[in-house]
Design a protein around this ligand. Structure first.
Ligand code: FES
Length: 389
């Protein structure tokens, strides 16, 4: 049986968002047209086209998922991006150790835009930081969006701000929902969550239960107290849910519930994703969709240099660090969010030099005009990029 390439979905520097990383898929998806998924997960040219197609698809057809697949007439003008929402915090409560859940609603009580399991929001926090968080509520609840955020003490500060500074009644600018981790509705499912990675998988489990699909979920974490939404999961069907808190499970253990034809959806920290990816080839599962919520690993990194302005400081980017990491040491205020090359927040302008674009966001025209996403993009070994920062 042919296995699908992985569909990567989104991520966030503070512990969660999915971000896009749309779905990394090994195998064959059933609802999305990804018959020829890209060979490269980390932003090389073919993936860019794939990701643009998937993102565009999600934006247009997210409200239609669950109904027969629609296709946009290519002769029609492209849809305009949805305007940002201003939402008010109507709920802020602890749902596990170091995890708070927010409820966000329209200040006038209007119904919120529809979304589908796997979707995420992009929040602009009062400090100006932008962060992506998966929706963990029920799409049938159009009165509020629910997200859950784990405090990352040594993260970029977004999760601390949400935990410590957000209060009921505060208003936030919110973009989305967008879906980079689309649920394809396969009949047999294994959902694998690590810690706060449960957030996009909870709505998927809910939807699978609603549709009467054959689903199993394994949720791994440090301790039972650190796992959010355990009761909500048990309430769906306790026989389908397994928690692992006494050890770090191997990829084979995580995939132990997979049967021939199973589609695996995985969201969690990078080591878990790597373990599941490694074990996938030897499992009977047919497809693997995953969403990471930390910076993508650097593959084939080579050292290069950045010059900050035409007459500015020169900094070296080692093979194992991103240009964004290095840039932020010199420019701590440089905005960023997903660290995976899909949100566009960290965009900078190249004044000279030839970048190696590894993002999934920029168009050919934007690249030609000098745009660069330094969270993932690099340059050839020994080269120098002169940036306008
Ligand atoms: S931080 Fe999102 S594209 Fe760089």
């Amino acid at each position: 049986m042919t296995k699908q390439h992985p569909a990567v979905t989104t991520q966030d520097p503070d512990g969660h968002a999915t971000p896009p990383a749309p779905t990394a898929v090994f195998g064959r998806t059933t609802r999305l047209d990804v018959e020829n998924p890209p060979p490269d997960l980390y932003g090389r040219p073919r993936l860019d086209r794939f990701m643009h197609a998937i993102t565009a698809f999600s934006d247009v057809y997210t409200p239609a998922m669950g109904r027969p697949l629609l296709r946009r007439n290519p002769r029609l003008p492209a849809p305009r991006a949805r305007a940002p929402l201003t939402l008010v915090v109507t709920g802020h409560r602890a749902v596990a150790e170091d995890v708070v859940e927010l409820r966000l609603a329209d200040p006038s009580g209007d119904r919120l835009p529809a979304w589908q399991p796997g979707a995420h929001l992009r929040l602009t926090l009062p400090s100006g930081k932008e962060r992506h968080y998966s929706l963990c509520g029920d799409p049938a609840d159009r009165g509020a969006y629910r997200i859950a955020v784990r405090r990352i003490a040594d993260g970029g500060g977004g999760s601390r701000e949400i935990h410590d500074d957000l209060h009921l009644g505060m208003r936030l600018t919110v973009r989305g929902p967008r879906n980079g981790f689309a649920f394809c509705g396969e009949p047999t499912l294994l959902l694998v969550a690590g810690g706060i990675g449960i957030t996009p998988l909870l709505p998927i489990a809910r939807e699978a239960q609603r549709r009467g699909l054959d689903w199993q979920l394994v949720h791994a974490g440090r301790t039972a107290a650190s796992l959010p939404f355990t009761e909500e999961l048990r309430a769906l069907d306790p026989a389908r849910v397994r928690f692992v808190t006494d050890r770090v499970p191997t990829g084979a253990e995580l995939l132990a519930g997979a049967r021939p034809g199973t589609a695996v959806y995985c969201c969690g920290p990078a080591p878990m994703l790597a373990a599941v990816q490694d074990a996938f080839a030897d499992s009977p599962a047919r497809a693997l969709h995953f969403e990471r919520f930390t910076a993508a690993p650097i593959l084939d990194g080579r050292p290069f240099a950045l010059q900050l302005g035409t007459d500015g400081e020169r900094v070296e980017v080692p093979a194992d660090r991103s240009a964004l990491d290095v840039l932020r040491e010199a420019r701590p205020d440089l905005a960023y969010s997903c660290q995976q090359g899909f949100c566009g927040t960290c965009r900078v302008q190249v004044l000279a030099g030839t970048p190696e674009h590894r993002d999934r966001r920029l168009t050919a025209e934007e690249r030609a005009s000098g745009a660069l996403l330094p969270c993932v993009s690099r340059a050839a070994e020994g080269a120098t990029l002169v940036l306008e920062v």
